[in-house]
Design a binder for this molecule. Structure first.
Ligand code: ABT
Ligand code: MG
Length: 149
């Protein structure tokens, strides 16, 4: 089953959007298999955004991601990597379609609320960077036995 790494960034946490964002992925039908609220060290932030290390926005990006707690998550499901990117919306929130997370709640690229892995290779690297194997709980959702004994 495909897996992706999603992270609610410090602005999403501060704006009380954790529940709303998780709700959207649950409602879609994906399965949450890893979840933690954590502060991000400079080292971890720099590794996560290593591809951007020579870009002019890099220092500001690291400062933003380390500025407060984030919600790190792993989600599982068919096509979850590409689908999560659609649910998240375009990088620049003003260009993101209404109905997407960034389109509904964001204004500026430096406060774009949530990260999602952009391909199978980055998903695998990012999951390994943020989570230990034992922090992931693979499970089969099924409602019936939780409503009826
Ligand atoms: P992430 O999910 O954070 O990786 O964003 P996304 O994949 O949509 O966009 P990319 B291209 O990976 O950008 C990473 C972060 O760098 C910031 N950025 C990017 C800028 O501030 N200015 C720019 O011109 C570009 C290209 C935005 C992204 N996240 N944040 N915050
Ligand atoms: Mg990216």
């Amino acid at each position: 089953m495909e897996r992706t790494f999603l992270m609610i960034k410090p602005d999403g946490v501060q704006r009380n959007l954790i529940g709303e964002i998780i709700r959207r992925f649950e409602a879609k039908g994906f399965t949450l298999i890893g979840l933690k609220l954590m502060n991000v060290s400079k080292e971890l932030a720099e590794k996560h955004y290593e591809v951007h290390k020579d870009r002019p926005f890099f220092p500001g990006l690291i400062e933003y991601i380390t500025s407060g707690p984030v919600t790190a998550m792993v989600w599982e499901g068919n096509g979850v990597i590409a689908s999560a990117r659609k649910i998240i919306g375009a990088t620049k929130p003003l260009e993101a379609e209404p109905g997407t997370i960034r389109g509904d709640y964001g204004v500026t690229v430096g406060r774009n609320l949530i990260h999602g892995s952009d391909a199978p290779e980055t998903a695998q690297t990012e999951i390994a960077l943020w989570f230990k194997d034992e922090e992931l709980a693979s499970w089969q959702p099924s409602l019936t036995p939780w409503i009826y004994e």
